[in-house]
Write a protein that binds this ligand. Structure first.
Ligand SMILES: [Zn+2]
Ligand SMILES: [Zn+2]
Length: 348
């Protein structure tokens, strides 16, 4: 079977391109993709026609991917044909001071890999060395591909460091917001989830949200959220998983003195958000970004998925063949699907 890849060529423009199946060069791996999964970031990148870090058009598209090694270039020692693997969408340099201190997500030379929405993926040497993870036997390809967004969420939670007895609020019940909800509630931590979409709030409840709040799209939601805070003055922590300035402002306005705010959702380049300096100073707010994941997060995510404690079916709403990638993104945009599994090869 020939290579078939979805290329992003501009805003809301995808081309399916055929090519010969690539052959792995020295240090490279060739993966036959078993499943790729659509992501909220894909939707952003698709509608914006690019991403300041991950991708410049024209480019192969998609970044949550699992499959089977079918070719090993010269010098590959750790992998062999038949290995089931997840390929990370970034690989750090392994040499800069950020890498040395375990902050590989801040690596000065972080390289990204796109092309999950393809039949085959050629894994560059740096990724073969530092960005490929073995899939535990009990885990299917689609569930394993969830390790990428889950790794991001685990990284965000580690930075936020929520404690038992605290109550947080989360804005945005997209795939990332729902993963946050699932992990926090599995850890016995309380979080109220705010979103305009009623079915999404039902999913948040089913995943263990301690409360849900229907908000109006585009209008400030902090005041409403505050009325649900169990303690005076607001929540102990707030998470924005909307990637919009409105979500950021809601998160900032929802915490009590001493509160922590994780601005997890990335806004479009050039976005500025006003910060109440008085509150940040006199109420000792901690405002933090959280970006991407590190190899340790990736391993932890795979372990968590293999433990079978997260209900992955909630996230993998439907399946489509590769040829229907634009329809899959449409399902995400219309919120008919949390995430869509792309199967590039006919099953069997
Ligand atoms: Zn993703
Ligand atoms: Zn580095």
């Amino acid at each position: 079977m020939e290579q078939l890849s979805a290329w992003l060529t501009g805003a809301e423009t995808i081309e399916l391109r055929e090519a010969p199946v690539p052959q792995p060069g020295p240090g490279e791996l060739l993966i036959r993709i078993g499943a790729a999964v659509t992501c909220g970031t894909d939707v952003k990148v698709y509608s914006r026609g690019g991403h300041p870090r991950m991708l410049e058009v024209p480019s192969p598209f998609g970044h949550e991917v699992a499959g089977t090694v079918i070719g090993c270039g010269a010098g590959i020692e750790n992998w062999q044909e038949g290995d089931r693997v997840v390929v990370s969408n970034s690989a750090s340099c392994g040499r800069c001071d950020f890498c040395a201190r375990g902050s590989e997500n801040l690596c000065t030379d972080l390289v990204y890999l796109n092309g999950a929405f393809s039949r085959y993926l050629l894994v560059p040497a740096r990724f073969a060395e530092r960005g490929v993870y073995r899939i535990p036997d009990q885990l299917g390809f689609a569930a394993a591909a969830l390790s990428e967004p889950l790794a991001c969420v685990l990284h965000g939670i580690e930075k936020l460091d929520p404690q038992p007895g605290e109550c947080g609020v989360l804005f945005g019940a997209g795939p990332i917001g729902l993963l946050f909800t699932a992990v926090l509630s599995k850890r016995g931590l309380e979080v109220v989830v705010a979103d305009p979409n009623e079915p999404r709030l039902e999913l948040a409840s089913s995943l263990g949200a301690s409360g849900v709040l229907a908000v109006e799209r585009g209008s400030p939601a902090a005041e409403k959220a505050l009325s649900m805070s169990p303690q005076a003055g607001g929540f102990d922590y707030a998470i924005d998983a909307t990637g919009s300035p409105a979500g950021w402002l809601d998160a900032l306005a929802s915490v009590r003195p001493g509160g922590r705010v994780s601005l997890f959702g990335g806004c479009a380049p050039g976005t500025a958000v006003e910060l109440d300096s008085h509150r940040v100073h006199y109420e000792e707010l901690t405002v933090m970004g959280a970006y991407h994941h590190r190899p340790a997060d990736f391993s932890a995510a795979l372990e968590l998925l293999a433990a079978g404690e997260l209900d992955t079916d909630v996230f993998l709403s439907s399946e489509r063949p590769l040829e229907e990638i634009e329809a899959a993104l449409g399902d995400m945009i219309a919120r008919r699907a949390v995430k869509v599994v792309i199967r590039p090869h006919p099953r069997g």
